[in-house]
Design a protein around this ligand. Structure first.
Ligand SMILES: Cc1ncc(COP(=O)(O)O)c(C=O)c1O
Length: 391
């Protein structure tokens, strides 16, 4: 039989991570130590209190049915977390929607809101899942470049009027992946005014909202006046609470948007295992203690890697948060070749910037997902490139 894929499958290009892994495995087989700084999956275990709830709840007989959506307990924990952390008031019944990881929600959003040919404003570079969702909905991405001269924030004034008119969604992500740009009140205020003027729904992806190193409080888009009128925030327990494998996240904000997404999701999935929702609620209830520890650790890593790479002559994008370092390397080489060469010569695995969009050419993304001692070793290894690549 001839098994052929749909034309739509052309949306899904093979991921660069597969290629990086191939080269890394080959090097490992030859005896090289691999330091993987590629995927932004937290290396810290979830707090014991979270694991305990998950294991205890899992032994109950009555928690194995379909949950259909978010439990009362989970929704209320999200509401309390937003109130405590960001002084945002949410209605647990109409303004919260649980998703199975935030990627699931983000990919489905354009499907629920865009007709064929509608424009979605997104950034370049950006987290790759946005583009997949946009294309699956037959919508058209309009990429706003993230450049140093704008502090790596999109320039809304540069969007042509006819594009803004046709735009249905605007997707933002601060602190960002791959560029760890940080939100500001002024920028969010501008976003809200722009969205109101052009009737555009704002989606703020806050997956890294607890990754702040300068002492500021966690910063929610919804804490800015008028935000709830124009959009939602998508947040996840994957990064902040080391629950990436548990696949639990949520959307909060505008009740019409939440209602439409709820309608779509009620046709797609049957909810999340109840013990996972309980564990996630416990995580949110204990967010301060858990994320204080996380920030302590990631701040050290961020400082070490930034200083280390700078000492090698790399141009590191300044940032006070996020889970990544975004840097220009000082060699005349395209970023894919450079990353592959770095794995071969040093065992350090990074992601080429162009994997996130054309504006990422010449950059690499380095994930802060190893402890300080391992990152020190990574910097030491990278000095080897100095000797072989510098002309
Ligand atoms: C910016 C951003 N948003 C969302 C996600 C998805 O995370 P999850 O589906 O685990 O919630 C990621 C994962 O890397 C990410 O970097």
């Amino acid at each position: 039989m001839n098994m052929t894929s749909s034309k739509r499958m052309s949306i899904f290009e093979p991921s660069i991570f597969g290629r990086l892994k191939e080269v890394a495995v080959k090097q490992k087989e030859q005896g090289m130590e691999i330091i993987d700084l590629s995927i932004g999956s937290p290396d810290l275990p979830p707090a014991k209190i979270i694991r305990n709830v998950l294991s205890e709840k899992s032994t109950s007989e009555d928690v194995y049915g379909y949950t259909l959506g978010g439990t009362e307990r989970f929704h209320q924990a999200v509401v309390n977390y937003y109130k405590r952390r960001s002084n945002v008031t949410l209605n647990p019944h109409t303004e919260v929607l649980k998703t199975m990881g935030s990627q699931e929600g983000l990919v489905h959003l354009p499907f629920a809101f865009c007709d064929a040919g509608d424009i979605v404003l997104t950034t370049n570079p950006a987290y790759v899942a946005y583009d997949v969702g946009i294309k699956m909905a037959d919508a058209i991405p309009y990429e706003m470049p993230l450049r140093a001269e704008n502090n790596f924030l999109p320039d809304l004034d540069a969007i042509p009027e006819d594009v803004a008119k046709k735009a249905k969604l605007l997707i933002l992500n601060l602190p960002g992946n791959p560029v760890p740009a940080m939100p500001t009140v002024e920028f969010f205020e501008k976003v809200i005014a722009f969205a109101k003027k052009h009737n555009i729904i704002v989606i703020h992806d806050a997956a890294y909202s607890e990754f702040y190193f300068s002492g500021d409080r966690p910063f929610s888009f919804l804490s800015i006046s008028g935000a709830k009128e124009v959009g939602i925030e998508v947040n996840s327990l994957s990064k902040s609470f080391s629950l990436a494998g548990a696949r639990i996240a949520y959307m909060v904000g505008n009740k019409e948007v939440i209602h439409i997404m709820k309608q779509l999701k009620s046709n797609l999935d049957y909810g999340t295992f109840e013990p996972i929702q309980e564990a996630a609620a416990t995580a949110l209830d204990n967010a301060e203690a858990i994320t204080d520890k996380l920030r302590d650790e990631f701040k050290k890593r961020h400082h070490l890697l930034t200083k280390g790479l700078q000492s090698l002559g790399w141009n590191v994008t300044p940032s006070t948060g996020g889970m990544f370092v975004w840097a220009n390397y000082p060699f005349e080489m395209n970023d894919v070749d450079f990353v592959l060469k770095a794995i071969e010569q040093t065992g350090v695995v990074m992601v080429p910037g162009s994997a996130f969009g054309t504006e990422g050419k010449g950059y690499v993304r380095v994930a802060l997902v190893q402890d300080v001692a391992t990152l020190e070793k990574a910097i030491l290894q990278l000095t080897k490139l100095e000797k072989t690549l510098r002309i």
